[in-house]
Design a protein around this ligand. Structure first.
Ligand SMILES: Cc1cc2nc3c(=O)[nH]c(=O)nc-3n(C[C@H](O)[C@H](O)[C@H](O)COP(=O)(O)OP(=O)(O)OC[C@H]3O[C@@H](n4cnc5c(N)ncnc54)[C@H](O)[C@@H]3O)c2cc1C
Length: 439
């Protein structure tokens, strides 16, 4: 796709061409569908409007192979985080001598294969924790997570996930505990990265702790960078980096989970999308107070696999940011009104029991959902590679390195993109030190 200008313009041109040849519905309906597609696409691109998405930038995006809708049954994506949390707590417990851990652990290279840990453990913990050895596999049971080996299929309940190792011989000294877990500080905010002395970088945390480092890989989001880069780094980042931070964009996409007392929609339903006839929209804008106009940015609700009483709504852009400022009870009431407005004629909808919404924009650890390539990025000619470029010393030692989804040229806005950039920067350091250039 070689196209100057916005993705929105490109899409509409193509849609109109198609519509001219295939008049699949009347014009009013076609324009409602087009408007809905714009909103839906904002959830994919994470822009407020598709007229701000660079078509050229979007052409750089690559789809990932594999199962895009991979489902973890009722455990969800957070399974990955649970695994890491369990490993971290095991490591802490090890340090506290609550149990005895004999071997090495390794985070393997390909997370897409979810091959995470090599571990032999001789530990029998008390009460709620239960771990037993089974040749390089671990069995862990805690309140939060069960991890079982492949050899124990009967234990694979819905709460189960697996870890298994890839190679038995990666760590020559398997008595040594892989040190990374011991060095992780959870719930610790970095306030300052001082690289005045490139041979000893000082990272200051919100608790006032100073951590010394040879190199730093910075992985906070583009939103955090935009908001905090002037206070985070000393000396200030070079102009080129500043241009990249300001030129790239991150938007807001939020989810709205509603839990009902029972499933009131047909089991085969996948989603409910809201198309606003022009007159309806006009009336809504005239009759509803301005503080409720965020509802127009909710473009639909989806059923959730393995959660028969839950619907998940999507909202983007300014409306998503406005929603974040409201109390949950108000959002619930307004969203319920919206559902009834569109679906009341067909279904008897009970008031939702519970609501849960994300707040990616106002969360100071994220300040946005995921990055996109805007027309501003295109105009200023700044791309992910500019953000990814490390800060190096006069002798080319990379001292501050940048990873995270926004730094991936093709897989930006995704988890796999984020993971790959972590490996990219780790490899950059490995290569640097392998060249024997350590200073
Ligand atoms: C609604 C929604 C749906 C999505 N759907 C998908 C999908 O289907 N598939 C997909 O692949 N991706 C999806 N994504 C995108 C994906 O979640 C992100 O691309 C990915 O999480 C980015 O990872 P990251 O490590 O680059 O950044 P982040 O996830 O932002 O991680 C950065 C970390 O840095 C920490 N941090 C920030 N500031 C500091 C500080 N000062 N000190 C210390 N730590 C700090 C944060 O707490 C955070 O843990 C979705 C995102 C959203 C919001």
């Amino acid at each position: 796709m070689q196209h100057e200008g916005s993705y929105g313009d490109l899409f509409i041109n193509r849609f109109n061409d198609y519509y001219e040849k295939n008049r699949f519905t009347d014009e009013a309906r076609a324009s409602q569908i087009l408007e809905w597609m714009g909103k839906f696409d904002n959830s994919i691109q994470c822009s407020d409007s598709w007229f701000n998405v660079s078509a050229k930038g979007l052409a750089e995006y690559k789809h990932c192979d594999g199962d895009l809708l991979l489902n973890w049954k009722n455990r969800g994506y957070k399974t990955l985080l649970d695994i890491l949390r369990v490993l971290h707590s095991m490591s802490c417990n090890y340090r506290n001598s609550r149990f005895h851990c004999l071997t090495s652990k390794k985070i393997a290279k390909q997370t897409s294969e979810l091959i995470v840990v090599k571990m032999q453990t001789t530990m029998f913990a008390k009460r709620r924790q239960n771990v037993e050895i089974e040749r390089s596999c671990i069995h862990v049971e805690t309140d939060n997570i069960n991890i079982h080996s492949r050899e124990s299929p009967k234990l694979e309940t819905s709460k189960t996930c697996r870890l298994f190792h890839r190679s038995k011989h990666k760590h020559p000294d398997h008595l040594e505990v892989f040190p990374i877990f011991e060095n992780i500080r959870c719930s610790t905010e970095v306030k300052k990265i001082d690289y005045v002395n490139p041979n000893e970088i000082t990272i200051t945390t919100h608790t006032g702790e100073d951590i010394k480092a040879n190199n730093v890989i910075f992985t906070a989001s583009l939103g955090v960078l935009k908001h905090d880069y002037t206070s985070l780094f000393n000396p200030p980042l070079p102009r080129s980096k500043e241009l990249a931070i300001n030129g790239l964009n991150i938007g807001t996409v939020n989810k709205i989970f509603l839990e009902f007392s029972h499933q009131w929609w047909p089991t085969e339903a996948a989603d409910f999308e809201f198309l606003w006839p022009e007159e309806e929209k006009k009336k809504f804008l005239e009759e509803t107070p301005a503080e409720d106009h965020w509802l127009l940015d909710v473009f639909g609700f989806f059923t959730v696999d393995y959660q028969p009483r839950i619907l998940c709504g999507w909202i983007t852009g300014e409306g998503a940011r406005d929603m974040e400022t409201l109390p949950a009870c108000e959002v619930k009431e307004k969203i319920y009104g919206l559902l009834k407005k569109f679906l009341d004629k067909k279904y008897i909808i009970p008031s939702p029991d519970k609501i849960l919404t994300s707040k990616w924009h106002s969360d100071s650890s994220f300040r946005g959902s995921y990055s996109f390539r805007s027309l501003t990025s295109e105009d200023r000619n700044v791309w992910a590679s500019d953000l990814a470029h490390p800060i190096v010393t006069g002798v080319n030692k990379p001292i501050i390195l940048f990873a995270g989804e926004a730094t991936h040229s093709h897989y930006y806005s995704t988890v796999h993109g984020a993971v790959m950039t972590g490996f990219r920067e780790a490899n950059r350091l490995i290569e640097y030190y392998a060249r024997g250039s350590a200073s």
